[in-house]
Design a binder for this molecule. Structure first.
Ligand code: ADP
Ligand code: MN
Ligand code: MN
Ligand code: MN
Ligand code: MN
Length: 358
């Protein structure tokens, strides 16, 4: 435990001159965690093009060998830094090998290419990020009894009260910090399992979905750090009769959002039904092994083995919201992506099936 977490830092009101601090972050070799480091820049930044490329030691992140260790990071988006504030920034980067080819763990590169190809269709995404808070040891869900379990699920979802809600300060801090940063957070709610929470990011068009979701995850981890709490994105953190954690992905194209859009929604679902295996492989970082623990057919999930869809059906792979069915247009929800998915991989797989016929 870092005894300094939660203490106020008396040095942070010192003036920093014209210099700014830029926190560069990138996805590491696990494809499910962010790493980051800080550099000083001479002045305030107003466009991504002003941000220099950088590099890191890939042998420490499972992204290269020690003998040829430099991995290049190229800035792709930046946000206001809610921790350092002022003109300081958070910089999302993607990764490149020494020959300047996209690193094998860089799913953004292909995603961005495909988003460019189908940008006329204006694909929108909204992701519901679920996660679980753990105490600082990372072993016990935050606020659970040290030896045993809380009462069964039921009263916790969207609950109020110290007996039903654990860690709201983190949730509220994260929400406000995302708004400040410019991350397109859309909402939050307490989940069915105690200490499990959800927030939504979106709607975001194309590549922005992945950029915004990754930065929202960084902000969540950093806020929780201040309270000595650990964020877990494990899709089934507690085995047994406890809900897992997902990243429901809501999807639409321009045609689906306009009158008569349902025809296009049903056509997309038909295409998805023929690519179930390919989607499952893209929906967690372990080609489906993580989701196998979660997509059991119980706890508001569909079985991993079978593709199903339905209106307002929360036990199906894909759900058409009741309101969209009534309106005859709108969007649909893919309930299969796991909480630890790479949103670049997920949204890339979706546009390949939905827009590119691949
Ligand atoms: P649920 O009822 O499944 O819990 P939520 O309210 O948690 O749904 O999340 C809905 C998500 O859908 C939000 O992230 C929102 O931004 C997104 N969304 C809304 N409209 C669209 C749309 N037309 N296309 C894509 N995503 C959308
Ligand atoms: Mn060094
Ligand atoms: Mn939701
Ligand atoms: Mn949920
Ligand atoms: Mn949902």
């Amino acid at each position: 435990m870092d005894g300094l977490n939660g203490q106020k830092n008396p040095f942070l009101d010192l003036p920093q001159g014209d210099y700014i601090q830029a926190y560069y972050m990138w996805i590491d070799g696990s494809c499910q965690a962010l790493r980051g480091k800080t550099r000083t820049l001479a002045k305030k930044i107003s466009s991504v093009a002003e941000l220099p490329e950088w590099n890191f030691d890939g042998s420490s992140t499972e992204q290269s060998t020690g003998a040829n260790s430099d991995v290049t990071i190229k800035p792709v988006a930046f946000f206001k830094d809610p921790f350092r504030r002022g003109d300081n920034i958070l910089v999302m980067c993607d990764t490149y090998a020494p020959d300047d080819s996209p690193h094998v763990t860089n799913a953004r590169y292909e995603c961005n290419k495909n988003m460019e190809i189908c940008k006329d269709q204006k694909p929108w995404f909204g992701i519901e990020q679920e996660y679980t808070l753990f105490d600082y040891t990372g072993k016990n869900p935050y606020g659970w009894p040290a030896n045993g379990y809380p009462g069964p699920q039921g009263p916790y979802y969207c609950g109020v009260g110290a007996d039903r809600v654990k860690g709201r300060k983190i949730v509220e801090g994260h929400y406000r910090a995302c708004l400040y940063a410019g991350v397109k957070i859309a909402g939050s709610n307490g989940e069915v399992m105690p200490s499990q929470w959800e927030y939504q990011v979106g709607p975001c068009e194309g590549i922005d979905m992945g950029d915004h979701l990754w930065v929202s995850r960084y902000i969540l981890g950093r806020v929780a750090e201040e309270f000595n709490v650990v964020v877990s994105f494990d899709p089934k953190p507690i085995p047994g009769d406890w809900n897992g954690a997902g990243c429901h992905t809501n999807i639409s194209t321009l045609a689906m959002r306009e009158a008569g859009g349902m025809e296009h929604i049903l056509k997309a679902i038909e295409a998805f039904s023929k690519k179930h295996t390919e989607h499952i492989e893209a929906y967690d970082p372990s080609k489906g092994a993580d989701n196998a623990r979660r997509l059991t057919g119980l706890h508001e999930t569909a079985s991993i083995d079978k593709f199903t869809y339905g209106v307002a059906h929360r036990g199906a792979s894909i759900r058409i919201p009741r309101q969209c069915d009534k309106d005859g247009y709108g969007y649909f929800e893919d309930r299969r992506p796991a909480s630890n998915c790479d949103p670049y991989t997920v949204t890339n797989r979706i546009v390949k099936t939905m827009c590119l016929g691949q």
